[in-house]
Design a protein around this ligand. Structure first.
Ligand code: ACM
Length: 767
């Protein structure tokens, strides 16, 4: 019965008024090449006079298709924060001119753009190229001095044909408007593939007319805890959502207008719980299943019967009808085979087919689906697990568990898309800031995403063309709303887009960070809730409350210059520049911001350091205990159903927090504030890694350990429930060693289906 938790103390962020100041960044911006993202293949300054956009400027095209792109350009420019221009009846009277020239020998998606004092001319041999020229023109006109563009010639074409983004609409569900906004943003980044993950354990999100229960039953679950209960009635409150076939067609058409192909994913044979709940005959066991609000890897697989294969083929028939793209994704990932191993029917089926193990059984299924798709003029894609047990001859592999699967598949002559979890997973958080939303705190910072190289150095030269491109994957277990979704995606999608589009030898992270501030301005114009965290300043402090001495480290995750004040006054680019740790005395008020061209990149951070604050650490300031398994997650509370929720950093394998190198001299008591949240993870074969310290009383204890080992300094029994606000304050008298050392705080016992989490820990001196 976890209650929703109150908002808690964080570094306060000052001044949305400062952000507004960014709209005048143009006045300060450095001269030079424009801030284009992705960087074009060739940009040549022409040295002539600049083009200056007038209010009465017109946009035109030489034929109907070009005029369509002209109209799209008007929209793109407006989205980027530029003026609303009109399309001219007569192309000769236009200043921004689009021209389709099918006789030109440009590669696909390529374009040429020429800026002179008379206007901007964009030409291409296909409408995709012309559209990308329009995207570039809209960026040029919303650059350092909006409306003014330096004379230049751009010849541009993408490096890879597959520049993708995967969205999981199963774990959480996005509205049509949210998906269209995402497609707009993808187009603005010249991304061309939207991989739509529509089925999973937690929900089936696509109407299939032949099997109505897939959405009638399979699209709803009851969230755990507060969000799953109607407060007034106490009745279950469901979380539901699916897209009708009409809506899917609408999305496919909307994407197509922006030259984005939509690749549906139907996950087979695992991640199938929602389908099996709707049609139990598809499952392996007789166990009655429900659609659980749990994350992780579920045991439930489709069975291998002919009737199930026919079900899947019937589903694919409707899928093919809705999605015109060449590819259909059939998943194949994380299908733990325990149910197949335990099933006499599946085992008999395997013997009958002469298959030596369950991998070959999965491969048999995937090969059959591949053949079916081939018969319908489609190509199969699967996650890299489809390599196991033998890859179907024409399959394309999406390499997610690293790049090794992709390397192997490409070496064998298969097409590959690289989307490794190490670099391309957008549910991994991008900084260590306490302001990050829920997600996985193994961080994938912007730079790491940027520096991912999709073509492995080990791949033979004659096989490199099999790397079709790269893809960012956005799984949304921890991403409940669109604001968090956009935070996770942006600006990292810009990095992915540049890797997908720009020539390898032109990629340069520092150059990218110089172009990024203009892109942020475009995001603001598009109302994209991009992550502020990479542009903020993080503070780390290490001090001694007894002496009041504190060493303060300031950091901007992207390395933009940091300025600060220590007297509570507003920070500006004229304030001292941070260059090395500051030796300060508490109390002190630190205000800091990262700057680009004299303007702050995000709201200033404000930190009040006092003797009291030195004795307190929050979960995000603590590490993981040295012993036991480690799976750190940033988890949110279970309520309220809508709106902001409390978040906690917690190691779900071992709920234990580490405060390194702390001085316990003179400390007589330790206070801990704990919260409680649902424990909702299916861990499959990782289950043994989950180790809870043994409980010594009915509900377990909070234990404090010096140096994280031996007999606890203190052990406080836990109650059955937290307080009415969902929190619990615990106090433990200690006889501490008068020395510095590491301190661990853990909760003992197996408290599932809930878990205690640490909110903060405070050292109390002897009175
Ligand atoms: C995946 O992350 N299971 C593809």
């Amino acid at each position: 019965m976890t209650k929703s938790l109150r908002a808690r103390r964080r570094a306060t962020l000052l001044g949305s008024c400062m952000l507004l100041g960014l709209t005048t960044v143009q006045a300060h911006a450095a001269a030079g090449a424009p801030s284009l993202i992705p960087l074009p293949a060739n940009y040549q300054a022409d040295g002539g006079k600049d083009f200056v956009l007038k209010h009465a400027a017109r946009v035109g095209g030489n034929d109907e298709a070009s005029r369509r792109v002209a109209a799209q350009f008007v929209e793109l420019l407006k989205q980027n924060g530029g003026p609303t221009l009109a399309v001219a009846e007569n192309a000769n009277k236009a200043q921004i001119r689009f021209r389709l020239d099918p006789s030109a020998t440009n590669p696909a998606e390529a374009y040429t753009l020429k800026v002179s004092n008379t206007g901007i001319d964009v030409s291409a041999s296909d409408d995709r190229g012309l559209f990308y020229g329009a995207v570039t023109a809209a960026q040029l006109l919303t650059d350092q001095t909006p409306g003014e563009v330096a004379a230049a010639t751009i010849t541009d074409a993408p490096r890879f044909v597959w520049r993708g983004l995967m969205l999981d609409s199963a774990r959480h569900f996005q509205s049509m408007e949210e998906i269209k906004k995402l497609l707009d943003a993808m187009a603005q980044h010249k991304l061309n593939t939207f991989h739509w993950h529509l089925t999973d354990d937690q929900g089936w999100r696509m109407e299939i007319k032949r099997y109505p229960k897939l959405t009638e039953t399979g699209s709803c679950r009851v969230p755990l805890g507060d969000a799953g209960r109607n407060e007034a009635t106490g009745q279950p409150r469901t979380y539901c959502g699916f897209y009708t076939q009409e809506q899917i067609r609408e999305i496919v058409a909307y994407a197509a207008q922006r030259h984005i192909q939509v690749i549906p994913e139907i996950d087979v044979p695992g991640h199938a719980t929602a389908a099996i709940v709707a049609y139990p005959e598809l499952g392996v066991t007789d166990q009655k299943l429900v659609i659980d609000n749990q994350w992780g890897v579920f045991p439930n697989l489709f069975n291998t019967e002919e009737s199930t294969m026919q079900f899947l083929e019937n589903v694919l028939l409707e899928v093919i009808d809705m999605f015109p793209a060449k590819y259909v994704h059939v998943g194949g990932d994380e299908a733990v085979k325990d149910q197949w191993i335990a099933s006499p029917r599946v085992q008999a089926h395997m013997r009958q087919l002469g298959l030596k193990d369950e991998m070959e059984m999965q491969s048999h299924m995937i090969k059959r689906l591949e053949k079916f798709l081939e018969q319908h003029d489609r190509r199969l894609i699967g996650w890299d697990e489809i390599l196991e047990g033998g890859l179907p001859p024409e399959a394309t592999v999406m390499s997610w568990r690293g790049t090794e699967g992709g390397l192997k598949a490409a070496s064998e002559g298969h097409d590959v898309i690289m989307s490794p979890v190490t670099h391309m997973y957008m549910d991994y958080l991008q900084t260590e800031s306490p302001n990050e939303p829920p997600g996985r705190p193994t961080t994938i910072p912007l730079q790491k995403a940027y520096e991912f190289e999709p073509v492995p150095a080990e791949l033979a030269a004659d096989k490199r063309s099999h790397i079709l491109g790269l893809q960012a994957n956005m799984f949304v277990e921890h991403t409940r709303n669109n604001r968090h979704l956009e935070h996770n995606l942006f600006p990292r999608v810009a990095a992915v887009a540049e890797t997908g589009w720009s020539p390898q030898d032109k990629r340069d992270f520092r150059g990218f960070t110089q172009r990024l501030p203009r892109q942020l301005q475009r995001y603001r114009a598009m109302d994209i809730a991009y992550a502020q965290t990479p542009f903020q300043v993080d503070l780390r402090d290490k001090g001694d409350a007894a002496t009041g001495n504190v060493t303060v480290t300031l950091d901007n995750p992207l390395g933009y210059p940091v300025h600060y004040t220590l007297d509570g006054s507003a920070v500006s680019s004229r304030s001292p520049l941070y260059s090395q740790p500051l030796q300060l005395k508490v109390p002190v008020q630190v205000q800091a911001a990262a700057f680009f061209n004299d303007l702050p990149l995000a709201a200033a951070s404000n930190f009040a350091l006092t003797a009291d604050s030195l004795r307190v650490r929050e979960d995000t300031q603590l590490g993981l205990c040295p012993n036991g398994g480690k799976l750190l997650l940033r988890l949110e509370d279970d309520g309220p159903a809508e709106g902001e929720r409390e978040v906690f950093n917690v190691n779900i394998f071992n709920p234990c927090w580490l405060w390194e190198d702390v001085n316990l001299a003179g400390i007589s008591r330790i206070k801990v504030r704990a919260g409680r949240i649902p424990y909702n993870f299916q861990l499959a074969h990782d289950e043994p890694a989950r180790k809870f310290a043994p409980a010594h009383s009915r509900y377990g204890e909070m234990e404090i350990l010096a140096n994280c080992e031996g007999t606890p300094l203190a052990s406080v029994p836990l109650p059955a429930e937290p307080g009415a606000d969902g929190f619990l304050e615990l106090e433990a008298p200690i006889t501490a060693p008068a020395a510095r050392g590491d301190l661990c705080v853990r909760f003992t016992g197996d408290t599932r289906p809930n878990m205690w989490t640490l909110d903060w820990i405070r050292l109390e001196p002897a009175r």
